[in-house]
Design a protein around this ligand. Sequence first.
Ligand code: HEM
Ligand code: NAG
Ligand code: NAG
Length: 353
Amino acid sequence: MASKLGMVVLLISGFFAARCAAVVTTGEPVVAGLSWGFYDTSCPSVEGIVRWHVTEALRRDIGIAAGLVRIFFHDCFPQGCDASVLLTGSQSELGEIPNQTLRPSALKLIEDIRAAVQSACGAKVSCADITTLATRDAIVASGGPYLDVPLGRRDGLAPASSDKVGLLPAPFFDVPTLIQAFKDRNLDKTDLVALSGAHTIGLGHCGSFNDRFDGSKPIMDPVLVKKLQAKCAKDVPVNSVTQELDVRTPNAFDNKYYFDLIAKQGIFKSDQGLIEDAQTNRTAVRFALNQAAFFDQFARSMVKMSQMDVLTGNAGEIRNNCAAPNRRSSELLQRCRRRPRLRRGRLINLWSN
Ligand code: HEM
Ligand SMILES: *[C@@H]1O[C@H](CO)[C@@H](O)[C@H](O)[C@H]1NC(C)=O
Ligand SMILES: CC(=O)N[C@H]1CO[C@H](CO)[C@@H](O)[C@@H]1O
């Protein structure tokens, strides 16, 4: 009996030691109010529910993984991960140019997971944390590293201003401009090179890279130019054609993106520049030669980005609908009661436009 108890104590302390060890390897500061066991009592099933839904969704469409990773970036970079990017309605971030190609299927998945988590636990888990966990699971499911992300983010009450959304980098930025854009958000050059590696999965539209066809620097492999030019000539209606961002292994989260850059086959100017500019090329070459080094740095940079400017404690709220602040969603519900047929349809269709 005593030895059994001793065993349990050993197991438990081993479990906590393992958690602490993981924290140490991640090496990033934990913002006050975030913790690894945040939902251990209020919603212990949340991580399992998220993983199940993400796995199911990716089985049907692996592209949703890239959709989630990009939504996470667009949520966190402008004003911290607060699910503000998920808000619809007037002044929403979704209406801003960089968001116009966020994948509706991935947005819908986040809201589906929110509904499942809420029916299991009540309104305990924020849309910001659900987005973070779904992103973590999508990266692992695509072959990438595990992100040891602390939880406890709260949801923002309003969308980020267009000034803040305008902080998101553009694909035609050169490396000094990218470095400055990341520096403005307290992210360094190593973060820039590692996080750009997310383009190892996912798609871009012609309008994001057709500035590469005229032979301007950084040069694109002429064979690839020909191929993309032919492809984009058929881009009717505009934005119907897409191109894989990693020409080698488009759906696998690996370090082949950096091989692409060495071969001048990066799709965006912002990608290709990383291997040419003296401020970033050593790191990019290192990641091409060593996938473990890329994975380690990518995980660190993501965990860092996941904690920038987050709302914790009593700030913000736990949304009842990822697409609307609680005040607006209750207004919608009230009108729903008055005019059930009209409004219910609108509530359900918030994501599918
Ligand atoms: C370094 C500056 C960055 C620039 C200039 C940039 C730009 C872009 C652009 C223009 C697209 C394609 C949009 C389209 O044409 O449909 C895209 C896609 C994507 N970006 Fe970035 N991005 C950057 C950094 C990041 C970061 C830090 C992440 C995540 C950590 C990320 C993840 C993605 C993913 C996964 C896709 C594919 C989305 C999909 O297939 O639905 N990007 N990016
Ligand atoms: C990085 O770029 C600089 C300047 O273009 C070049 O001199 C240097 O050899 C490059 N280093 C690597 C590792 O590619
Ligand atoms: C995914 C999403 O909601 N995208 C929106 C981005 O903005 C444009 C323009 O306002 C909308 O038409 C898209 O629906």
